[in-house]
Write a protein that binds this ligand. Structure first.
Ligand code: NG6
Ligand code: CA
Length: 502
């Protein structure tokens, strides 16, 4: 008997050592950060020392992608490993949308959970909450992040410019006074809360003409959508980074003894950009630049925390952005007038909403000190592959991982530089492109050339477009007429991918 007990104890000890050896993973996802927004990616008008340091100690990818040029579809792909254009209802969601992530399929956090990790999300969600649009915001709100694989969640439901402007911790709104219940409506005004449209004099930041953002005013900023009540629970934009950072640090601290996966989804530099006082006017580029300094600072604070707890060596940090950059996305905040020569899109064409490269080619850094050999990698990688890749790393092979998600773990960890063979990019909902090797083919599609509101080329064209990205990264020279065979080949490949999915 004694022997059996001691055997059991040593087995348990071995298991727990094993568990401790598994690296923690923190995926830091920013919102609308462009390919050219960081100094390690060539920005000269602002400096991002913490991300530069992360890039220096890890692998900095130059050809890494979000699947889509807007937030909801891009995050849908990260969570499910499936191209979002395969499923309707994955376009930019309003703040009262129902959950769009299936609760009975594999997800990125579920992979970690299955491997014994504690999982958490802190930050922006934007994938819907509850079973329906109509819901009682004052009770338990589910299904949501916790039902898709996160043990812990501290989020806001949609975007910083959409109501409800409150935080949810697990299933409930934080600091909600039952005597002042919240109501949310995206069609009609509810109650008497002032709107930006009726009371522009109450605004501390004007909304851009023609872009909406003039419904309920919260913290002096007009939002998309109407809400009433919940006054104590409403956030103050200026303290958002501190709140998220503190919750992220708490999660790390509480879970320091067991492997954890933290999805830290920062809201910067998405609109409304309202940096905290310590960053206001620091960049000289207006609030958008300040918001970038602020996100860089948050990353630095996380790195410091890991060091303090002795977790820095055994924590993988993945850093990226959900889609490309935009200047005026709804508020008059100086992003255009104070740009000062900064190029958020780097050498790329387009931006957020666009099927051109700046829409989906984003900063992407993977760091794992002392395990990953620092490098710059030109390999083609995508956020959609994190699901299959971490599954492979953890030896978890859940059934039903969509084959859109490919295992590229060796590339992500620097053991190989052979990235994906091809990748599909999604612009503003229905326009798709495929990259294979140096070639990029944008399928012909009717649609507006420009999103005039934000002054970004969307990439729609009735004619097929073909670019050679190795010599023309700015997609200026359409070679479709010159290489009809290539066009045919890539068109066929794209059609094949469109058809084939689990
Ligand atoms: C757009 C909003 C924009 C932003 C975006 C979502 C208008 C005119 N523009 O519809 O301000 O909120 O949605 O951004 O309403 S994302 O990064 O979450 O996809
Ligand atoms: Ca975004």
């Amino acid at each position: 008997m004694k022997k059996i007990i001691s055997l059991a104890i040593s087995l348990l000890a071995a298991l727990s050592i094993n568990a401790q050896q598994k690296p923690n993973v923190i995926f830091i996802l920013t919102d609308d950060l462009g390919y050219g927004d960081l100094s390690c990616y060539g920005a000269t008008k602002l400096s991002t020392p913490n991300l530069d340091k992360l890039a220096k100690q890890g692998i900095q990818f130059s050809n890494a992608h979000a699947t889509s040029a807007t937030c909801t579809p891009s995050r849908y792909a990260i969570m499910t490993g499936q191209y979002p254009w395969r499923k309707s209802g994955t376009e930019i969601l309003p703040g009262d949308a129902a959950l769009i992530i299936p609760t009975d399929k594999p997800t990125l956090p579920k992979v970690f959970k299955q491997a014994g990790y504690n999982t958490g999300i802190v930050g922006k969600w934007h994938l819907g909450i509850g079973d329906a649009v109509e819901k009682n915001w004052n009770g338990e709100l589910k299904p949501g992040p916790n039902e898709t694989g996160f043990d812990y969640s501290f989020i806001f439901p949609a975007t910083a410019d959409r109501v409800p402007t409150v935080f949810l911790e697990n299933h409930r709104i934080v600091a909600l006074d039952p005597a002042d219940p919240i109501q949310v409506d995206y069609v009609n005004k509810v109650d008497n809360d002032p709107t930006g449209l009726e009371h522009p004099e109450l605004l501390k930041m004007k909304s851009s003409p023609g872009q909406g953002h003039n419904n309920t005013i919260v913290n002096g900023i007009g939002r998309i959508g109407y809400m009433s009540g919940g006054h104590q629970a409403r956030w103050t934009d200026e303290e958002m980074p501190l709140t998220f950072l503190s919750k992220a640090k708490d999660f790390i601290e509480v879970n320091q003894k067991n492997p954890f996966f933290l999805f830290y989804t920062l809201t910067e530099p998405h609109v409304p950009r309202m940096p905290s006082t310590m960053f206001k006017d620091k960049s000289g580029l207006g609030y958008r630049g300040d918001a970038i300094l602020q996100l860089d600072w948050s990353v630095g604070e996380i790195m410091k925390e890991l060091k303090l707890l002795g977790l820095d060596k055994n924590t993988i940090i993945v850093f990226s952005s959900d889609n490309g950059p935009v200047l005026d996305d709804g508020y008059v905040d100086g992003a255009v007038t104070r740009l000062n020569g900064h190029t958020p899109w780097g050498p790329l064409r387009g931006g957020k909403y666009s099927v051109f490269e700046a829409g989906t080619r984003v900063p992407f850094i993977v760091s794992w000190p002392e395990t990953i050999k620092p490098a710059v990698s030109p390999a083609l990688v995508s956020q959609i592959d994190l699901l299959a890749s971490f599954s492979k790393m953890l030896n978890i092979l859940p059934e039903g991982i969509p084959n859109d998600s490919e295992n590229t773990i060796d590339v992500l960890l620097g053991k190989s530089d052979k990235g994906r063979e091809y990748l599909v990019e999604q612009g503003f909902t229905d326009n798709l492109a495929i990259i294979q090797g140096n070639w990029k083919y944008i399928e012909p599609k009717e649609g507006p050339k420009m999103n005039e509101l934000v002054n970004i080329e969307l990439g729609y064209d009735k004619q097929p477009q073909l670019y050679n990205l190795s010599t023309d990264i700015g997609e200026t020279n359409n070679l479709a007429k010159k290489y009809p065979k290539k066009v045919k080949e890539l068109k066929a490949k794209l059609e094949e991918i469109k058809k084939g999915s689990k």
